[in-house]
Design a protein around this ligand. Structure first.
Ligand code: KG4
Ligand code: ZN
Length: 345
C-alpha cells in the first residue's frame, strides 16, 4: 500500500490541503481568499491573516474527505517557496508542528516544481496519461513564466523565463486597465470567448533566446486605451470582448512562439524519444492556451499534456505528490528549515 501524504499549500492567497495515497488524490480542499478582490491584487498581510483563519479547517476537511485518520499519515509536505513570506510561514509552521506532533517526516517542496509534478496526479477511478522524461513544460502563473526541461522528478533546468512580468501578471494587469476585478486572467478568458481576436493588435516583445517579456505589452495596452478613451469615453465598454480576445491572443502567441523554438531547436529530446510537451500553473487554465498547445502538438507531432483545471491554479495535491516523490527518495526536511520568497532557479 503506497503511503498517505498530507500536502499543504499556502504560498499566495489560496489555503489548500490535500491527501494523496501514492500518486492518487484522495482529497484536495482549497479556501480561496475573496478579501483581495476589492484591492485589485493580493495584499500580503491580509493573505497571511486569512491563512491563519483557514488552515486548520482546510486540513481537517482534507483528512476527513480522504476518509483516513491522521495517524495513518506517513509524512507531511509543505510549500517552502517561492511565495509571500508571511503566507509561507503559516503553512510551514503548521506543517512543522504537525510532523512533530505525529512523529512523522517533514518534506519541503518547491512550488514551481510542484506545478509541473501535478502532471503525475491520478484520480482514484481513472488513469491519466503522464508525460515521460525528458519533457518540456511551459510553467505559467501569476508569479512565474518559465520554459523548463524536466529530466526527472527533481532534475529540472530552466531554458528560458520572463525578464519582467509573468504571463499571469500580464493578464491581471491588463484586466485592471480594462476596469475588471482581480484576478483578471479567468475574466479575460471568459469575455474573450465572445470576441474577435484579430480586431486589435499590440506590440510584441523582441527578446533574444528563450526568455520572455510582458511589461512592454502592458504599457502599449495602457497607452492605447488611454488614447481611445479620449476619443470615446465608452470605448472599453463597447469593445470589451474584442479587447479581451485580442489581448489574450497576443499573450498566448508570445508564449507559444518561444515554446515551439524551445522544443524544436533544442537537444532536449534523445533521438528515440517522443516530444512530450506540457503546460502548468494558473495560466494553463486558459482556454486559448490549452487550444493553442493542442493545435501546435497536432501540427508538430508532439504529445501534449494539459492538466485538469483543478490542478492548474494553486492546489495542495501538487505539493502532496511532490512530497510523495521525495518520500520515496527519503529526502526529509529538518525542523529548522526556512522558507524562501524568491525563486531558487
Ligand atoms: O498558479 P497560480 O494559481 O498562482 C501562482 O503561483 O501565481 O496562478 C494564478 C494566475 C493569476 O495571474 C490568474 O489570473 C491566472 O493564473 N489565471 C488565468 C486563468 N485562470 C487563472 N489566466 C488566464 N486565463 C485563465 N483562465
Ligand atoms: Zn502557483
Amino acid at each position: 500500500m503506497p503511503p498517505f501524504i498530507l500536502g499543504i499549500e499556502s504560498s499566495c492567497d489560496d489555503t489548500s490541503a490535500s491527501v494523496v495515497n501514492g500518486t492518487t488524490v484522495l482529497s484536495n480542499v482549497t479556501a480561496n481568499q475573496e478579501v483581495h478582490k476589492e484591492f485589485g491584487g493580493v495584499v500580503p498581510e491580509l493573505a497571511s491573516r486569512a491563512h491563519q483563519q483557514n488552515i486548520v479547517p482546510v486540513i481537517e476537511a482534507a483528512i476527513r474527505r480522504a476518509n483516513i485518520g491522521k495517524n495513518q499519515l506517513a509524512a507531511v509536505a509543505f510549500t517552502q517557496g517561492p511565495g509571500l513570506l508571511g503566507s509561507l510561514l503559516v503553512g510551514s509552521s503548521f506543517a512543522k508542528s504537525f510532523a512533530m506532533g505525529l512523529s512523522i517526516p517533514l518534506i519541503e517542496v518547491d512550488h514551481m516544481q510542484a506545478h509541473i509534478l501535478a502532471h503525475f496526479l491520478q484520480q482514484p477511478d481513472q488513469a491519466n496519461a503522464i508525460p515521460s522524461f525528458p519533457f518540456v513544460c511551459l510553467t505559467v502563473s501569476g508569479g512565474h513564466t518559465q520554459i523548463v526541461l524536466v529530466r526527472d522528478y527533481f532534475t529540472m533546468e530552466v531554458l528560458g523565463q520572463t525578464i519582467d512580468d509573468a504571463a499571469g501578471e500580464a493578464f491581471d494587469k491588463t484586466a485592471k486597465i480594462l476596469g475588471l476585478p482581480y484576478p483578471g486572467g479567468p475574466i479575460i478568458d471568459k469575455l474573450a470567448a465572445e470576441g474577435d481576436s484579430s480586431r486589435f493588435s499590440f506590440a510584441r516583445p523582441k527578446i533574444a533566446g528563450l526568455d520572455y517579456s510582458f511589461s512592454g505589452l502592458k504599457t502599449s495596452i495602457l497607452y492605447f486605451i488611454r488614447d481611445e478613451l479620449k476619443r470615446d469615453p465608452d470605448f472599453i465598454e463597447k469593445n470589451k470582448n474584442d479587447l479581451c480576445a485580442s489581448i489574450q491572443k497576443t499573450i498566448i502567441d508570445i508564449l507559444m512562439i518561444k515554446l515551439k523554438i524551445a522544443v524544436t531547436s533544442s537537444i532536449q529530446y534523445p533521438a528515440s524519444s517522443a516530444f512530450d510537451v506540457a503546460i502548468a500553473g494558473g495560466v494553463s487554465a486558459n482556454s486559448a492556451l490549452r487550444k493553442a498547445l493542442t493545435e501546435m502538438a497536432k501540427e508538430e507531432g508532439w504529445n501534449a499534456f494539459i492538466p485538469p483545471f483543478e490542478y492548474t491554479t494553486d492546489n495542495a495535491a501538487m505539493i502532496a505528490i511532490a512530497g510523495y516523490f521525495k518520500f520515496l527518495k527519503g529526502e526529509f526536511a529538518r525542523q529548522s528549515t526556512i522558507s524562501y520568497a524568491r525563486s531558487r532557479w
